[in-house]
Design a protein around this ligand. Structure first.
Ligand SMILES: [Zn+2]
Length: 256
């Protein structure tokens, strides 16, 4: 865990400016909440008035740490712009299933349809906390390349009805393109289902280093345009706002 301070955060802003992003959101994992400083973010905003900087966090289902994360989010709700919800744990408390490559062993000899059903049940649980604005990498369960035999529609639809009823967004995350599955989160069919249900999208690169910021956003822009997605949403103090994605700005990625 690295505490937020100017020297740590400024490179992210510099990277964002270099690639013409207009907004970025910091969304550290909730287990590192102790490092988040709203004062450091305020300083960063003052120093970089040309960029919109959002305070966010990613709440996952870590059986050990997320109880403290939830409590922290409740306490700091009014200072946060944006909370992502995610599922990184299945039955094992000691290992994220999306650890690469070790997490793949959690799928060995298992019924993949049952794992998918269990995963999406956990996604609904996170959505039901009332503490998230958007679901991150909503089909992360495919990370190692395991595909369900059952129709994905049946598995996903119930979850999307729930997400819609809670008025939450889901992420289009380019991180999937740098993982073994080598596919955007979420898959094309899942994007179609989300559009049918009227679920809005955010865009994300899930950058774990400032050099990954907006990675593959030009490719994402092409994908969005092929689906006819012309708007993405951003959040300010949990209030959703829409931004038009301009296809005419060649190479300029949509906001993070
Ligand atoms: Zn995550």
């Amino acid at each position: 865990m690295q505490p937020y301070r100017q020297a740590l955060l400024q490179p992210w802003v510099d990277s964002a400016r270099k690639i013409a992003l207009s907004e970025i959101a910091f969304t550290d994992h909730d287990r590192y909440h102790a490092g988040i400083s709203f004062d450091a973010l305020d300083c960063l905003r003052e120093e970089n008035p040309d960029l919109t900087i959002r305070a966010g966090i990613e709440l996952d289902n870590d059986p050990i740490h997320s109880a403290a994360g939830r409590k922290w989010i409740e306490q700091h709700w009014n200072k946060l712009d944006f909370v992502l919800g995610s599922v990184h744990f299945l039955d094992r408390a000691d290992q994220m299933f999306d650890s690469v490559p070790a997490g793949a062993e959690q799928f060995d000899g298992r019924d993949i349809d049952a794992i998918y059903a269990d995963y999406f049940r956990r996604v609904r649980e996170i959505a039901a906390t009332g503490l998230v604005d958007c679901l991150a990498h909503v089909d992360l369960i495919k990370i190692h390349g395991h595909r369900p035999n059952a129709e994905i529609d049946a598995i996903v639809s119930e979850t999307f009805d729930f997400i819609r009823s809670r008025d939450l967004a889901i992420e289009l995350s380019t991180a999937g393109w740098r993982k073994p599955v080598n596919e955007l989160y979420p898959a094309d069919r899942i994007i179609e289902l989300a559009m049918e249900k009227g679920i809005p999208f955010t865009t994300a690169s899930d950058a774990h280093s400032h050099v990954q910021l907006a990675e593959n956003f030009a490719r994402l822009a092409e994908k969005m345009s092929s689906f006819g997605i012309r708007e993405v949403c951003v959040f300010e103090k949990h209030k959703r706002d829409l931004r038009a994605v301009s296809p005419s700005v060649a190479g300029a990625p949509p906001p993070l």
